[in-house]
Design a protein around this ligand. Structure first.
Ligand SMILES: NC(=O)c1ccc[n+]([C@@H]2O[C@H](COP(=O)([O-])OP(=O)(O)OC[C@H]3O[C@@H](n4cnc5c(N)ncnc54)[C@H](OP(=O)(O)O)[C@@H]3O)[C@@H](O)[C@H]2O)c1
Length: 312
């Protein structure tokens, strides 16, 4: 009989991509049956999941009472929180801990938490405002203290898909031939990139052998790419000249209050690196575990063009 895999965030990027990966996978589509959690079972996104024969259960991470039914009978849980919805660390921490508590009480074998590094620790207390990282790391510490047979930590890099979503800066057309990518990073800053639709490829080893990966962090990225490499590849693929802003232009691009909240993130990336001092080694370890081809930045761009045709 198949095992129940409960997926939070199934109507969003990470959970949605994981649902598709499992459904399309010759082995996992038989090993697991899926339950998708959403706050609104009547949404278009939930209806699409239902059409794929995924069970839909309503629950709200802000309402711990609803989480027991959500995880009841689960063998595995994928848990993710959306920091940006309320942009408050205390909310994300409470959500993550409530879900972990419900899962441990339900006897879940494999608990996967979508985590991020602890920036306060990595920077020896120098950066204290990268809340959307630190709050996830705090939940990770909490989960490590619970008695799951296996807890696994998925640490995604910068999503390639950020070129479309609202938090990241949008490319701006300067002329017919030139596009500014208002990325507040110096050209040499190294950023780990993930095509989030690859999520299942990183998790597959732990799904096959949860106990082997108990306590492991999967630093999930295809590779580190410098900001300069990113715009050069984008130029080659798009046929336009994609350029980074000069340092003097960067402050003009950070007037958005939400982006100001993450204004320490570029400093962290350029001085300390996204995954901290052991990031390169950790990424190499993660890539050794993965046995499927990961999407490169170039492949992502080639698959999703044409670029900049309608921008203004
Ligand atoms: N973008 C990046 O580069 C990047 C990199 C690393 C980490 N992250 C982290 O990724 C997280 C967001 O993940 P995502 O992009 O996959 O999400 P997303 O596409 O924005 O979707 C959010 C998902 O969370 C669910 N959700 C939100 N609040 C909920 C609640 N109270 N109860 C139950 N479900 C709730 C939503 O479900 P319903 O609306 O259907 O209820 C939806 O499925 C953020 O915390 C961010 O910090 C992002």
């Amino acid at each position: 009989m198949s095992k129940l895999f409960v997926i939070f965030g199934a109507t969003g990027q990470q959970g949605g991509a994981l649902v598709n990966y499992i459904l399309d996978h010759p082995e996992f589509s038989k090993t697991f049956r899926l339950r998708a959690i959403t706050r609104n079972a009547s949404s278009t996104a939930a209806a699409k999941l239902k059409q794929k024969s995924v069970e839909i259960v309503e629950a709200n991470l802000d309402d711990p009472e609803t989480l027991h039914a959500a995880v009841a009978g689960a063998y595995a849980v994928f848990s993710v929180t959306n920091y940006w919805e309320k942009a408050r660390a205390s909310v994300e921490i409470a959500q993550g801990k409530a879900l972990a508590d419900a899962a441990v009480a339900a006897g879940v074998t494999l608990f996967i938490w979508s985590s991020l590094p602890n920036v306060k620790k990595i920077t020896n207390g120098k950066l204290t405002e990268v809340h959307h990282f630190d709050s996830k790391a705090e939940v990770e510490e909490y989960i490590r203290g619970l008695s799951f047979p296996s807890s696994v930590f998925f640490l995604p890099g910068w999503f390639m898909q950020n070129v479309w979503n609202d938090l990241a800066p949008k490319p701006k057309k300067i002329s017919d031939q030139k596009v500014l990518f208002p990325f507040a990073f110096t050209p040499e800053t190294r950023i780990p990139l993930i095509d989030i639709s690859d999520i299942g490829k990183y998790l597959a080893p732990a799904l096959r052998d949860p106990l082997k990966y108990n306590g492991c962090q999967l630093t999930a990225s295809t590779a580190f790419y410098t900001a300069q490499e990113q715009v050069e590849t984008w130029s080659e693929v798009s046929g336009k000249q994609v350029v980074l802003p000069s340092i003097s232009e960067i402050p003009l691009l950070t007037d958005d209050p939400i982006k100001q909240k993450v204004s320490q993130a570029p400093t962290m990336l350029s001085e300390w690196s996204y995954y901290g001092p052991t990031g390169q080694k950790d990424l190499e370890w993660t890539l050794e575990q993965v046995d499927e081809k990961l999407t490169t930045w170039r492949e992502f761009l080639e698959a999703n063009g044409p670029w900049f045709e309608d921008d203004n």
